[in-house]
Write a protein that binds this ligand. Structure first.
Ligand SMILES: *Cc1c(COP(=O)(O)O)cnc(C)c1O
Length: 497
């Protein structure tokens, strides 16, 4: 089989193999790695419909990670998608009213980040071995709440790695914070920063770009990589569940052969919806990609006007994992609609970092027709939770609720009645306070864990192990820093002077 190589969206440097791209995370010129072409599925939907989740993962991922042997990839998959998930389906589908929910929160940390972060550490250690890496790999991660815990759980005590997670001190839910600061593992560090997610992400990107730091670390036996969705080792595993969902829905007769499935994705950094776009480009029967934002609606404005403008107030919402004004993965789409011209893409990204905005020319906007952007405000989010619960008893989290509201609006506004998949990105137990207050304001006064018990009673679902685990867990991480101190914190953790 031909090798698939990866290039930086900003053009500098030679193409690299998949394992090299996974090891590096971000390309050295600050760009993101993209496959030279999107590979095609080499099996039919009928064949896929008979496959388990791990089998589907192999069928999809082998097309992208061509320098992994069959045994290497199958071992990574087997170690990732096992009993850490609370259901053998891994990514179950739920039909509620006239929407299909793809539940991606059945992993160890009860958010969709587990779908990719339970496999990334294995892909990373295989990649290190393949490329003869001697250094210890230091995973630097910025999180808006969910990536941090999922990455910590994935990398905790993985030999040859350390992980540092930066989160916005006042920008995550109480349960998200408790999950992170109770993380065990001698190779883990969790740091709250005085700033928002974009500050954390920009800080991490700056550390990646610091050549002097890179040399100091190399001398001390360390090198950085990333567990953020800028890493293609995050993106590729996310393509799997879209292919899986299409095949399973066809098998159940929810999607007819030849019919296309619309997909609504609650979006922050644009990684999850980009994976859906890759699945469509591989040949999965996907129609419209509906990008759902909360009140930080940069992407809605972008799809409506062609101008990406981050110069606006950063709003803290009840869907904190989508409180993002710089959606990193959008760069991969911009590169694509720029006709894969790295210079043109780099010029937009340069404008974005200098002025906070850029505008696509009309012919590039024309190439965005697969996408449709919309948003939901806080009242709409709460209303979606309440209404679906009252109508069906199904309780969804705030991020999923943003998407459910947008999916219904999309149908009403466009008249497009094709089957709709709503991507359910977190368990309601992760955002209990917001979820329960949406159902009934009387819960606003209750205690966190009293709400957990009440949620279990109302929804008739068992309390996830991830929540039981933090009820009494001791806080192990207390570091808080300013956004310009991230460098010092990392060096201190690694014992580098
Ligand atoms: C990360 C996250 C999102 C946003 O996903 P992106 O890939 O960053 O667009 C949405 N919902 C939840 C619960 C998340 O954790």
């Amino acid at each position: 089989m031909n090798q698939l190589y990866y290039r930086s969206t900003r053009g500098a440097g030679e193409p690299v193999t998949a394992s090299q791209a996974i090891l590096q995370g971000l390309a050295r010129d600050g760009g993101l790695y993209v496959p030279e072409s999107i590979p095609q599925l080499d099996c039919t939907m009928e064949e896929l419909a008979e496959m388990s989740y791990p089998e589907t993962a192999y069928a999809v991922m082998k097309q992208f990670l061509t320098d992994f042997t069959e045994e290497e990839l199958k071992t990574c998959i087997a170690r990732a998608y096992d009993s850490k998930f609370d259901t053998p389906e891994i990514a179950p589908l739920r039909k509620v009213e006239d929407l299909c929910y793809l539940e991606l929160f059945h992993g160890a940390t009860i958010a969709f980040k587990d779908m990719a972060l339970s496999i990334l550490p294995h892909l990373m250690t295989v990649s290190a071995r393949k490329n003869g890496v001697k250094n210890e790999i230091v995973i630097l991660t910025a999180t808006s709440g969910d990536t941090g815990k999922a990455a910590l759980a994935g990398f905790s005590d993985v030999e040859g790695t350390r992980i540092v997670v930066f989160y916005p001190k006042d920008g995550v839910s109480p349960i998200q914070e408790k999950q992170m600061v109770t993380q065990k593992g001698a190779n883990t560090m969790v740091v709250g920063i005085h700033g928002n997610f974009d500050d954390a992400q920009s800080g991490v990107k700056a550390l990646f770009g610091d050549r002097q730091l890179e040399q100091e670390l190399d001398a001390a036996g360390f090198q950085f990589s990333s567990a953020n969705s800028i890493n293609i080792g995050r993106l590729v595993p996310q393509v799997v569940y879209y292919v899986y969902a299409c095949a399973q829905l066809q098998k159940r007769g929810e999607l007819q052969p030849g019919e296309l499935l619309n997909v609504t994705v609650p979006t922050g950094n644009f990684g999850n919806i980009l994976a859906a776009y890759y699945a469509k480009s591989m040949g999965a029967p996907i129609g419209r990609l509906v990008c759902a934002s909360n009140e930080n609606k940069v992407l809605f404005d972008f799809f409506r006007t062609g101008t990406y403008d981050r110069n606006r107030e950063f709003i803290l919402t009840s869907s904190p994992s989508m409180d993002i004004l710089i959606s990193s993965n959008l760069e991969r789409l911009i590169y694509k609609v720029a006709g894969e011209d790295p210079r043109q893409n780099a010029s937009f990204m340069e404008q974005l970092s200098r002025t906070g905005a850029y505008t696509l020319p009309e012919e590039m906007r024309q190439r965005l027709q697969d996408f449709y952007g919309d948003f939901t405000d806080e009242a709409g989010t709460a209303e979606a939770i309440r209404q679906v619960y009252k109508a069906s008893g199904y309780i969804m989290d705030t991020h999923t609720a943003v998407a459910a509201h947008v999916a219904k609006d999309y149908r009403a506004q466009t008249g497009d009645q094709a089957p709709m998949l709503v991507v359910s990105t977190a368990s309601p137990y992760k955002f209990t306070r917001s979820v329960m207050s949406a159902i009934d304001p009387k819960y606003e006064q209750a205690e966190d864990f009293a709400l957990v018990d009440e949620l279990s009673r109302l929804s008739g679902t068992p309390i996830p192990q991830a929540i039981e685990d933090i009820r009494s867990a001791p806080v192990l991480h207390r570091t808080v820093c300013e956004k310009d101190e991230m460098w010092d914190v990392v060096k201190r953790f690694l014992g580098v002077k």
